[in-house]
Design a protein. Structure first.
Length: 487
């Protein structure tokens, strides 16, 4: 057992077997099986590293049923990165035994070719339509996949037009000319402008312009007799006068591009309204998460290199994304795979919710809102890869609380894994539903009409478990609610 596992040999021994992972591990809570918690999985993995145990089917069953939710690492007193270590075990299995035929085609052929991936999504769309057409009772209820007690799985609408298809590579900003000041720009106040520029830099990290450029340009347009107006008035006038205040790249990811296009359109809509120019590279590919977490390190590395080649060197202030898993790959996993080569992309990657929340004060979004038609009770589900993977917690809540017409409700255990975890709910559907039942009940108890989240996998899982357990709530991306309120 050399190669992959040897890289992390010493890290396996950092687990002190204290059991802090037991109360937070969804698979252990459901099974009460010691081999289904981080402590047990790492003990088995240590035996593999030391040569006392082979890569048996029993071992792989336990390792593959880890949700990669990182709750164990969050509670670990010694900070063991359990997901990284168990991913290394999976990588060793792939290196020694290879992938099964279906996984090999998906990970090494389909995910690496955007056209083939799009075509596959269309085929899946046809299958979904047939699946939805067939009844869920009688003999059909026994033979149709994912059908339990007469209830079929809720499958998202695969096969729609890809988000990136037909869109230009550069989407121009859309300044709000309706707020452009007809009156002359007020008398220039150097102290005020320095304060405004400082706030833009600290809060928005923007490239609005250098102070010297703005000083000369604005000074030439000043009417000395103008009455001094507030900061937002100057900012709105300057936005319309001088063009976009930032330029960002948008990494869509596969699910936003091919399934949840509404979330992607909402991101574009909000960024345009913030007067931000958007770069939408057509050469971007899958982030590599399915390959990485299934142990196909080689394919994950290849996809990471291709994305870094596409995004590295772009003249942008940030790389935004609206998928928690994609964001964690670009920001946290790529540096593990490629070290310094991934630094520029990693440093610029930011979740769209954090990107917007950091700018709520500067752009005074509340003044642009139109109230929603009726009061909506909204709660939020923390995707594991966003809260624990990237440390983004307050941003979505700040956005939701700022939208008129929304009553924000914090559900109990909002950060507990929903049981989706990418392909987990395909391979272990019943187990996934059992884990998800707790989340469905917490949403029911919250009384929310809408569940907001930031992960396509979570959105898919939550929609299914809410339907299965009879909870009347809709699941959407946080930015969709913001975009609706700005419309």
């Amino acid at each position: 057992m050399q190669n992959v596992l040897d890289i992390y040999r010493e890290e396996f021994y950092r687990c002190i077997k204290c059991g802090s992972c037991q109360p937070v591990c969804p698979t252990y809570i459901e099974t009460r099986d010691e081999s289904m918690v981080a402590r047990g999985r790492l003990a088995l993995s240590e035996a593999v590293v030391e040569g006392r145990l082979g890569l048996t089917d029993g071992l792989m069953d336990r390792v593959s049923k880890c949700l990669s939710c990182m709750a164990c690492s969050e509670s670990c007193p010694t900070g063991v990165d359990v997901v990284k270590l168990l991913t290394a075990v999976r990588s060793q299995v792939v290196e020694d035994k290879g992938l099964d035929p279906i996984s090999k085609v998906v990970l090494r052929v389909i995910l690496k070719n955007n056209r083939l991936l799009s075509f596959t999504a269309k085929l899946m769309g046809l299958s979904v339509r047939l699946y939805n057409f067939l009844p869920s009772y009688g003999i059909f209820g026994r033979i149709i996949p994912f059908t339990r007690n007469g209830i079929k799985r809720v499958v998202p609408p695969f096969g729609g037009k890809p988000l990136r298809k037909g869109l230009p590579e550069v989407i121009k900003a859309c300044p709000d000319h309706s707020q452009k000041i007809d009156k002359p720009i007020p008398k220039f106040d150097l102290g005020f402008w320095v304060k405004l520029q400082s706030r833009l830099k600290d809060k928005a990290r923007g490239n609005f312009a250098t102070q010297s450029y703005m000083t000369n340009t604005v000074r030439s347009k000043i009417d000395d007799n103008a009455v001094f107006q507030d900061e937002s008035a100057i900012l709105n006038s300057a936005k319309a006068e001088f063009g976009p205040i930032m330029r960002v790249a948008f990494y869509t990811g596969c699910m936003t591009d091919l399934v949840y296009q509404d979330a992607g359109r909402a991101v574009i809509s909000v960024l345009k309204k913030l007067n931000i120019e958007i770069v939408l590279p057509q050469g971007q590919v899958c982030c590599g998460a399915p390959a990485y977490y299934m142990g196909d390190r080689k394919s994950a590395l290849e996809l990471a290199k291709r994305n870094i080649e596409v995004f590295k060197g772009l003249n942008v202030d940030a790389i935004v994304n609206c998928c928690a898993t994609c964001g964690t790959m670009l920001k946290e996993v790529y540096p593990l795979l490629l070290d310094k080569d991934a630094k520029e992309v990693s440093d610029k990657t930011v979740d769209i919710q954090k990107f917007i929340a950091d700018r709520l004060e500067v752009f005074k979004l509340r003044t642009s809102y139109s109230a929603l038609h009726t009061l909506k009770r909204v709660t939020y589900h923390d995707p594991c890869h966003l809260k624990r993977g990237q440390g983004v917690v307050s941003a979505p809540r700040e956005i939701l609380k700022s939208i008129p017409g929304i009553e924000y409700i914090e559900m109990k255990d909002a950060d507990r894994c929903c049981g989706g975890s990418g392909t987990f709910n395909l391979k272990y559907y019943d187990f996934s539903m059992a884990i998800g039942k707790y989340k469905a009940e917490k949403i029911r108890e919250s009384g929310a009409d809408i569940v907001a989240t930031d992960c396509p996998s979570c959105q898919m899982q939550l929609t299914d478990i809410l339907n299965r357990y009879g909870v009347k709530a809709k699941v959407v991306h946080t930015v969709q609610l913001l975009a609706d309120s700005l419309s």
